[in-house]
Each structure stands twice: as structure tokens, then as C-alpha cells.
Design a protein around this ligand. Structure first.
Ligand SMILES: [Zn+2]
Length: 341
């Protein structure tokens, strides 16, 4: 081979051995095969200096070298591409033997769990579940429930007013009125939901809490029906063989009215921390629907009578889960809520 051609070849082999990636390979190709300034093109230009008899041999050798360089660059290109692909596969390899991280699954809030249980019990007794507005006019929240204009519950110190004529409902009893306006007796409904009162938060009070309202209106409904219904509810909710007691009380929307207690399911009446030593646990308020309430919704109190009750869902949740501060139910601290999964 011609002296200068074998030098170009030596140089190329040295450069090719050092070409490690697509970039160095591209400059290698430029350096040797470039049409204008490539070393092989430069070698071809020297052909003019040769004698006529040497030209044919030189031409053959320079073409051979060009083919060799081209083939080698092609081979290197394939090798680099294969190496890159393997590296990418190695990077993306998934080690199926590594332990998984696992996703935490959600679950229902304790208030929801208790509400669903209450609903199931009353639905099994033939009640339907009603819903009603949380923002209410004074008519539905007070007037229709026989609460006089002078009643302190209407005061803005006790009730959250959102405007002159609208307030956040202070009880779920507004649903009684909506339901009786829509449907005629016989009626058996419960209405669980949020209520709002201007209470200072403490372990047993919160400005927003959950109640379940109950209403049963039909012919010949008596106080005995109310007692039987709530006693059965207590048995299904907290345990068989529990007793209830009804203490005379006063609510504007019922007459007569009674506070309902049930015997402590922890100590069975002998007194413990849960019942604060009394042997009884407060369940809620109840009574026979006041005739004025029935008349307001055009139900004849001479023909129909009914009972109503309002029970605290949060209080029941606190009892069932042994929670001593109901504010925990509303703070949405995941460490607390996780315990109910
Ligand atoms: Zn007790």
C-alpha cells in the first residue's frame, strides 16, 4: 500500500479504537469520509502527482481503504447502538423480588359507619331515610316547629345566621316539616344530618354535629309506640336486655316531651366511668308531635298523631368507639381516623 495511505489507515484504526459513542463516531466519519476535508478525499487529490502507471494501483488502494473505513464505522455504529440499548434496558429493569410499597386503602369515617348502622336499624322497622336543607328559613327551623318568636334558641348567640332571613339549621327537625308538606300520613321517616349551634367546642360539644331525626305519624300513634320503638332501637344498637327510661321534659314541638336514657351497657346500671356513675346514658329528646306542628302542615290532629325524636349520632359514635373527645371526629387527623379501617 502507498506510504501515505497506510499512515491514514493506521491513524484511522487508532481513532476507531477510541470511538466510544455516537458523537465521537460522527466526528470520526467527518474526519475520514468527509467529502471536502476528509483525509481520504485529501489522499485522492494527491493522485495528480503520481505517474500514469501508478495511478490505477493508487486508485484501487484508496477505494479499498474508503470501503474499509466505511465498513468499520458502520460496525462501530451498530455496536454503540446495541450498547446503548442494553444500558437502557438495565436502567429500566424491574426487580420483581423487591418488597412492594403498597397503597393505603380508604375507608368510611366513624360518623358514617354509625349513621349507616342507625339507618339499617330503622329501615328494618319500615322507616325511610330523608334528607333536608342545612340552610333554612325561620319558618322551617322555628315557626313551623311551634318555637315562639321570643324563644332564646332563635337568638344569634345560639344560632348561626347567614343573612336576615336564613340560618344554619339548629336541628334536623326541619325535615319533619318538609316531609309532611310533601307527603301525607302514614309517615315513618328518619333524617340524619348535620346541625349547627353556637357552642364553644369542648370534649362533649362542637358547633357542628350530627343528629338523626325520627318521625312517625299515623292514626292512633301513642307514647307506647315511641317507647317501644326507641327501646328496640337501643337493643339493636347497643345490646339486648338494655332498659330505657323516659324522663318528663319540655320541647316546643312535642307534647308531652321526654328525655330518653338507656341503662349503661358497660356496668349494667351499677355505675361506671362511661355513665359517669349514674348507671344511665342519655340517648336524646323525644315526644308526641305537638298538634300545632301537625296543623301547620295541614294534618288534622284529631285524626292523626305521631311521635318524634332527635338523637345525637356523634354521641353514639363516641360511646361505641370509646372516644372521650368528640372534636376528634371532626379534626380529620389521619392517625385518629386510621383506627376505624
Ligand atoms: Zn356504666
Amino acid at each position: 500500500m502507498n506510504q501515505s495511505l497506510s499512515e491514514v489507515r493506521e491513524q484511522f484504526l487508532g481513532d476507531a479504537a477510541a470511538a466510544a459513542n455516537a458523537d465521537t463516531l460522527a466526528s470520526l466519519k467527518d474526519k475520514y469520509l468527509g467529502r471536502k476535508s476528509g483525509l481520504i478525499a485529501a489522499a485522492k487529490k494527491t493522485i495528480g502527482k503520481l505517474g500514469a502507471e501508478e495511478r490505477a494501483e493508487f486508485g484501487r488502494q484508496v477505494n479499498e481503504l474508503a470501503a474499509e473505513v466505511e465498513a468499520e464505522i458502520g460496525r462501530l455504529g451498530e455496536a454503540i447502538a446495541a450498547r446503548n440499548e442494553q444500558a437502557a434496558l438495565d436502567r429500566e429493569r424491574v426487580d420483581v423480588t423487591l418488597p412492594g410499597t403498597g397503597a393505603a386503602s380508604g375507608h368510611l369515617h366513624p360518623i358514617t359507619l354509625v349513621r349507616q348502622r342507625i339507618e339499617d336499624i330503622f329501615v328494618s322497622m319500615g322507616y325511610s331515610v330523608e334528607d333536608g336543607p342545612e340552610i333554612e328559613t325561620p319558618f322551617y327551623n322555628f315557626d313551623a316547629l311551634n318555637i315562639p318568636a321570643s324563644h332564646p334558641a332563635r337568638d344569634s348567640a345560639d344560632t348561626f345566621y347567614v343573612s336576615e332571613t336564613l340560618a344554619l339549621r339548629t336541628q334536623t327537625s326541619n325535615v319533619q316539616i318538609h316531609t309532611m308538606q310533601r307527603r301525607k300520613p302514614p309517615l315513618r321517616v328518619i333524617a340524619p344530618g348535620r346541625v349547627f349551634r353556637r357552642d364553644t367546642p369542648d370534649p362533649t360539644h362542637n358547633p357542628m354535629f350530627f343528629q338523626v331525626e325520627g318521625l312517625n305519624v299515623d292514626r292512633r300513634i301513642t307514647m307506647a309506640d315511641l317507647k317501644g320503638t326507641l327501646t328496640k332501637f337501643v337493643e339493636m344498637m347497643f345490646g339486648a336486655n338494655l332498659r330505657t327510661r323516659f324522663r318528663p321534659s319540655y320541647f316546643p314541638f312535642t307534647e308531652p316531651s321526654a328525655e330518653v336514657d338507656f341503662s349503661c351497657y358497660v356496668c349494667d346500671g351499677s355505675g361506671c366511668r362511661v355513665c359517669k356513675g349514674t348507671g344511665w346514658i342519655e340517648l336524646g329528646g323525644s315526644g308526641m308531635v305537638h298538634p300545632n306542628v301537625l296543623e301547620t302542615v295541614s294534618v288534622d290532629p284529631e285524626e292523626f298523631s305521631g311521635f318524634a325524636f332527635g338523637l345525637g349520632i356523634d354521641r353514639m359514635a363516641a360511646l361505641m368507639y370509646g372516644i372521650d373527645d368528640i372534636r376528634l371526629l371532626y379534626e380529620n387527623d389521619v392517625r385518629f381516623l386510621e383506627q376505624f379501617a
